[in-house]
Design a protein around this ligand. Structure first.
Ligand code: SF4
Length: 331
């Protein structure tokens, strides 16, 4: 690991001035991804700013019903919060399925959004990887790509986004608040992550001098009936092959409101807007669920090792909606 200087930020202003005044600064919160990346030499900051003492640990309801969550709230605390469990069970479930208890106790909301792909070539300095070393190529394409994405890919990168929490947040139209010395801005989470295009090393719209300070969950009444389903190679501590975040309302057998997002198949947390469009106003049947999923996945591109994800995603959408309508939420 390359040597670096370490500082502790007592307040947000100090943290923002430090990152504005220095190059190659990284903020350290839970450290569940950054420390690994530094050990592997993938991240080589010259300065690490410990932000764990910043007052960004609140969960509060705003007058309009929005739930504001500080960026340093741990994943464990967010998943256990009674308001989150009641109003957004899909979010609590996604977090609980996302990592072990030990990791959830350390990982923060802001860090979860910024975690980097688990593509094995990204962590192997001997491999070509455009995300780690721009312009070097992509050994996953034509190599071991079973976990690779089928939506939002490019000729330069097919890595999936690893977060479960972010899939639920995308389905819920969450807003990410970011701050720099230039001020505060709010970014819809659906626009926060970028597809790789020809710059897979640029993964979000976060500027180099910005800090995530909070997320805001808007009131989404249909989310009271929501679920997160995760399909993976083993029952725990594994990243998704496919995951689905779903919320649905049905009246007289017809879908009156639906929200869907997919994980494990996209290069970013994937809001399934086409599936939502197709399903709205249709009978709440498995046949209609399948057609909606197929519409979303029509643009999917699979390779020899990961094309199975396309059919798996279709089936998982159907199964999630079926379970939601028969069993309801179960956070
Ligand atoms: Fe790197 Fe992306 Fe290719 Fe994986 S898929 S090797 S992260 S460029």
């Amino acid at each position: 690991m390359r040597s670096f200087s370490y500082a502790t930020a007592p307040d947000v202003g100090t943290a923002l001035r430090t990152i504005a005044d220095h190059e190659d600064v990284k903020f350290l919160a839970g450290g569940t991804n950054l420390v690994d990346l530094m050990r592997e030499g993938i991240e080589q900051p010259t300065t690490v700013v410990d932000i764990t003492r910043l007052p960004l640990t609140g969960i509060e309801e705003l007058p309009d019903g929005t739930i504001r969550v500080g960026a340093l709230v741990t994943n464990s605390r967010l998943a256990a919060d009674p308001v989150i469990r009641t109003r957004y069970p899909v979010l609590a479930q996604a977090i609980l399925l996302g990592a072990s208890a030990q990791l959830r106790n350390m990982a923060t909301v802001g860090g979860n959004l910024l975690q980097r792909t688990r593509c094995m070539y990204f962590y192997d300095e001997a491999a070509a990887c455009n995300k780690r070393a721009p312009g070097s190529g992509c050994d996953a394409i034509g190599g071991f790509s079973r976990g690779g994405a089928v939506l939002g890919t490019s000729d330069h990168c097919i890595a999936t986004h690893p977060s479960d929490m972010a899939v639920a947040l995308t389905m819920l139209d969450t807003v990410v608040e970011v701050e720099s010395v230039r001020g505060i801005r709010r970014v819809p989470v659906a626009e926060f992550h970028r597809v790789p295009g020809d710059t897979p090393h640029i993964e979000t719209v976060l500027a180099a001098d910005e800090l995530i300070t909070a997320i805001e969950l808007p009131p989404v009444p249909v989310a009271g009936n929501s679920r997160y389903r995760k399909v993976r190679d083993r029952a725990s501590y594994a990243f998704a092959l496919v995951s689905v975040a779903a919320a649905v309302a049905v009246a007289d057998g017809v879908v009156t409101e639906v929200r869907l997002a997919l994980g494990g198949v996209g290069t970013k947390p994937w809001r399934a807007t086409e599936a939502e469009r197709v399903l709205l106003g249709e009978p709440a049947t498995e046949e209609a669920f399948g057609r909606a999923a197929e519409a979303e996945l029509a643009a999917a591109v699979g390779g020899p090792q990961n094309a199975f994800k396309i059919e798996l995603a279709r089936r998982t959408v159907v199964a999630t909606l079926r379970q939601l309508l028969t069993e309801g939420s179960a956070a």
